[in-house]
Design a protein around this ligand. Structure first.
Ligand code: C2O
Ligand code: CU
Length: 529
């Protein structure tokens, strides 16, 4: 997996010192309540948008590549912070980047040299169901000492990621996740409008930023990090479905919420305080690929003195880039954005969520040249720092449309639970005791999500891309292509997808405590005869 290192990109996996602890602060749900809810103002045509009838999947003709991922247990000592028994993949914490070209046939040997059963899931990649890494659905967990060979075609292009799918709430924070970037075949656009317009925006520098959280010690550890000597992670007891070992520290699934105290905020596996500054080169084009790899926490990022030009969400190209003054990422969401800085100097990307002050990444801009990096000749006008909107799916979608696209089947998915019991359900059922939803191959399917609870649920569908087509009953002007969507308390949302990858697929909340406590279900369809 080191064979793509010649790409003209620079990545920041670095090291240094210092760990900041957090103080308990006002609750995150409170923060969310303060969000401005942009009201759909002028309904516009939905641009004749329709679900693709037969998406090209998977593309053929790539080369075959063999990748070996050796998973071990080892003590990780954070700069200035705690030591704990973590996971390493090929010696790295967190797991190394996988970089492939769309269409490549990847053959990935996962060698389990740990004491815990595990699997890997390729989040956002359209693998065949048997390669999807869901324990007891796709495969048996890989036992200690054994190897499992994953084989699938790398598609679709974009910022994907991979992570453990056994005992996720512990194994992911302890290092079993990494970026999985799928590039377009040489010569093909990534889908950015600038490129189709003959004015390529080649990334002069690219930073992949994986944000994640970790409890600082075993005694006060919302995500279950283990320290040396505390024994093996995992075992079947920790699998999804049982309240299991979350013990007394469970935040009641987030009820009353707030940011848990003393969480460590890590960027690419380093405490944020010791993460080296990002450098925006002269001319100011820094491309960010942000991945929220936290098991439980959302991030709401701003960069005073700069704004973000978002062109992909969950790795999928938007029809046109959208400027934002801040970015919100629920667990498992990804955003690709150009960091657009107005003047030279040093500033910070930091979290707006009270209690997350420790999450701060400094940025150094080599030269004041804000205008030149603003695509002002694209017709959209220039977006000066400070004038961009606050993050919302509404703004991402360009506001309200007039009609929902046609579908063949509508499936309600009611998300609830958490009221004084650590059980979360979809349509009243807690995983694994669920009735699979049956749909037909080739159908255009609409999931009608209703969050009948008081906390956010970032819902993820395996094996497919879906489009967010409405929020609170209002159709979106430009449906948003995603694989994980954050559904807020009492919110209704429709997500539409094409059943073009037959199999049995997990649909679940990516707040992994919720998932472990039942918020998952299955969607099932067979190949047409
Ligand atoms: Cu990223 Cu089932 O998960
Ligand atoms: Cu949830």
């Amino acid at each position: 997996m080191d064979d793509d290192r010649s790409r003209p990109t620079r990545r920041a996996f670095l090291k240094a010192a210092g760990v900041a602890l957090l103080s308990l602060a006002a609750g995150y749900p409170l923060v969310r309540a303060l969000f401005r809810e942009p009201q759909p103002i002028e309904p516009a045509a939905t641009d004749g948008w329709a679900l693709p009838s037969a998406p090209p999947w998977p593309p053929a003709g790539g080369r075959e590549r063999r990748i070996r991922l050796v998973v071990t247990r080892d003590v990780v000592r954070l700069p200035g912070g705690p030591s704990f028994l973590a996971f390493r993949v090929n010696g790295r914490f967190p797991a190394p980047e996988i970089r492939a070209t769309e269409g490549d046939r990847l053959i990935i040997d996962v060698v389990n040299r740990t004491d815990a059963p595990l699997t890997f899931h390729w989040h956002g990649v359209h693998t065949p169901p048997a390669m999807d890494g869901v324990p007891f659905v796709s495969q048996e967990p890989i036992p200690p000492g054994e190897t499992f060979v994953y084989s699938f075609i790398a598609a679709p292009r974009g910022t994907r990621w991979y992570h453990a799918h056994v005992d996720e709430v512990r194994q992911i924070p302890l290092g079993l996740f990494g970026p999985f970037i799928i590039d377009p075949p040489a010569g093909e656009a990534e889908g950015r409008p600038e490129e189709s317009g003959g004015r390529p925006w080649e990334a002069e520098a690219e930073a992949i930023l994986m944000l994640h959280t970790l409890g600082p010690d075993p005694e006060n550890n919302p995500v279950g990090a283990l320290t040396e000597g505390s024994g093996p992670v995992g075992g079947m007891g920790g699998m999804m479905g049982g309240p299991g070992r979350m013990g007394g520290m469970v935040r009641m699934g987030g009820m009353g919420g707030g940011v848990p105290p003393n969480l460590l905020y890590l960027v690419n596996g380093l405490p944020a305080a010791s993460f080296p500054p990002l450098r925006v080169p002269e001319g100011g084009r820094l491309r960010l690929r942000l991945i929220n790899a936290s098991a439980t926490e959302p991030f709401w990022l701003e960069a005073p003195g700069a704004h973000f030009l978002v062109d992909h969400v969950d790795g999928n190209a938007l029809p046109e880039p959208v400027p934002f003054g801040d970015l919100f990422l629920a667990p498992a969401e990804r955003i690709d954005a150009w960091l657009v800085a107005g003047r030279s100097g040093t500033f910070a990307i930091r979290s707006k969520i009270p209690g997350q002050e420790a999450l701060r990444i400094s940025v150094e801009v080599a030269k004041a040249d804000g205008e030149s990096i603003t695509p002002s000749d694209r017709g959209g006008g220039s977006h000066l720092p400070g004038t961009a909107e606050s993050w919302s799916y509404w703004a991402l979608a360009g506001g309200a449309g007039t009609a929902l696209p046609a579908v063949d089947r509508v499936v309600p998915m009611v998300l609830s639970g958490g009221m004084m019991t650590p059980v979360w359900t979809i349509n009243g059922e807690a995983y694994p005791r669920v009735t699979p939803t049956r749909i037909g191959a080739g159908e255009r399917v609409r999931l009608e999500l209703f969050n009948h609870s008081m906390v956010d649920h970032p819902m993820h569908l395996h094996g497919h891309t879906f489009w967010v087509t409405s929020i609170q009953g209002v159709p979106l002007r430009r449906p948003i292509p995603k694989d994980t969507v954050n559904v807020r308390p009492m919110e209704r949302m429709t997500i539409d997808f094409v059943a073009n990858n037959p199999g049995r697929w997990l649909f679940h909340c990516h707040q992994l405590v919720h998932m472990e406590q039942g918020m998952a279900t299955l969607i099932d369809y067979r190949k047409q005869a």
